[in-house]
Design a protein around this ligand. Structure first.
Ligand SMILES: C[S@@+](CC[C@H](N)C(=O)[O-])C[C@H]1O[C@@H](n2cnc3c(N)ncnc32)[C@H](O)[C@@H]1O
Length: 210
């Protein structure tokens, strides 16, 4: 890992060391919008799903409860994944966990669905975004689904003390390239545990078949 990747990992590890998972600004009691968008994809229950930067989110719990049986969760912070693993208990064995920077991830499999809530927007340098897109292209099967939630253009400019990039559909499509077709976009006003409103933009896209 380069120094900046180490720094990024140290930052996120310390976040999950210092704050209970229910107090971080991105905490949500229910991943309602994610579940709704995933439902729209109509993927089968055995579809391979990757939650990128899943952190301590309960999305994985809800997907398991729904009957999805092929879920993988990735995060740069092992501590975040440990929170989810502890919460799930024995059910954690039904999930594959990866501690990795997504821009460095090498998957031995391809996914049907890639879900990213508030991770991609932290990639403020073009080289990082290119690395993310390369991993995405290697790991999402042609015809697969991509769901990304970022801060909207009228949303916050920083999160967790870090700068972020705000997106609308055209800005996102410009980064992702012509392999992706926008299926749907939605807006969400997320209320942080401290009661602050944060505008999110959500995008559901499909990767073209070759
Ligand atoms: C704002 S939080 C969102 C967490 C989760 N998606 C949710 O909705 O609750 C961002 C998450 O991405 C992780 N993260 C940040 N940069 C990452 C990277 N380059 N690769 C993998 N995970 C990353 C952090 O550790 C953190 O858990």
């Amino acid at each position: 890992m380069s120094k900046s990747e180490n720094d990024r990992q140290a930052h996120w590890q310390s976040v999950y060391r210092d704050r209970p998972a229910g107090e971080v600004s991105w905490y949500q009691a229910e991943p309602t919008l994610s579940l709704s968008l995933i439902n729209e994809t109509d993927i089968p229950l055995d579809a391979r799903i990757l939650d990128v930067g899943g952190g301590a989110s309960i999305l994985v719990d809800r997907l398991l409860a729904h009957g999805f049986g092929n879920i993988q969760v990735l995060d740069i912070a092992a501590r975040a994944l440990a929170v989810s693993q502890q919460r799930l208990g024995d059910l954690a064995d039904q999930v594959r966990w990866h501690t990795s920077d997504i821009t460095q991830f090498q998957s031995d499999q391809q996914f049907e669905l890639w879900h990213d809530r508030a991770v991609f927007h932290f990639l403020t340098r073009s080289a990082q975004r290119q690395a993310y897109c390369k991993v995405l292209e290697q790991s999402l099967r042609p015809g697969g689904h991509l769901i990304i939630g970022t801060f909207a253009v009228d949303g916050p400019k920083r999160c967790s003390g870090l700068d972020i990039v705000q997106y609308d559909a055209s800005a996102l499509l410009e980064v992702l390239g012509s392999q992706f077709v926008l299926q749907e976009q939605r807006r969400e006003c997320h209320l942080t545990p401290a009661g602050k409103a944060q505008n999110f933009a959500w995008f559901r896209l499909r990767r073209l078949t070759d």
